[in-house]
Write a protein that binds this ligand. Sequence first.
Ligand code: CDP
Length: 227
Amino acid sequence: MNIPDIIIAIDGYSSTGKSSFAKLLARKLGFLYLDSGALYRGVTLFAQEERLISRLGAVSPELKDALQDLHLSFGSDGRLFMGARCIEQQIRTMEVSSQVSPIAAVPYVRAWVDAQLREYGHRGRIVMDGRDIGTAVFPEAQLKIFMTASEEVRARRRYDELKAKGEEPLLEEVVQNLRERDYIDSHRETNPLRQAADAFVLDNSELSFEEELAWVIGLIQGKFGIL
Ligand code: CDP
C-alpha cells in the first residue's frame, strides 16, 4: 500500500490495547511507532527514584528543575531507556502505574514530554498512542482513532499482562487503578483525555487484532483513496 507521510494518532482509555494495536499498525505500514505513555511512565520512575513524589502522590516542585537532567529515549526496538539504562520493565509495574496519572497531570511534565514527542513528528510516518495526541500534541494528524473497550475486558487484559510478567496483582487492584487513572486523565486541567471531533471510534471489546487491523486498513484506503 502506498501511504502518504502521515501522522496517525491513537488515543483512548487505559488498557484498551492501544499500544499493541499501534505497534501492529506501524509494522504493517512501515511507520515508526511511539508510545507517549512510556515517557510519562519514565518520568514517574525518575520521580520515584529521586524521591520527588511522596507515597500519597504529592509531586515535589523540585521535579521541574530535575527534568533538565533526565534523558529518556527509545531504542530501535521501541524499549525505553533512561540514559544508557533500559527501563522498559520497571515502567510497566503497578508501582509506576499507581503514580503515573498524578505526574502526567502536572503542566510542566506535559510540556517536557510534548517537546520530546514533537521532535519525532517532523517527518510524519509515525503512529503515536496516548491520551491527547490527536487533541493537543498533533491536532493536525491526518488520521485519528479513539479506542475504547468495556471495563471488564480492559481489566482482564491488564491483569493477564501483569501475570505474564511475573507480578501477582489482585484483579480488584487492577480495576481500581484503571478507574483512578481514567478519572484523573479525563478530569485534569491540562489537555485531558477526550475524543477529538474528527476521530474515528474503535471499540475493540470483541475484536481480534486481525479484525482491528482490517478495520483500520479499510479506513486508510477509503480516506486516502488507496486501492
Ligand atoms: O498502557 P496504558 O493505556 O494503561 O497507559 P499508558 O499509555 O502507558 O499511559 C500511562 C499514563 O500516562 C496514563 O494513564 C496517563 O496518565 C498518562 N498519559 C498521558 O497523560 N498522556 C498521554 N499522551 C499518554 C499517557
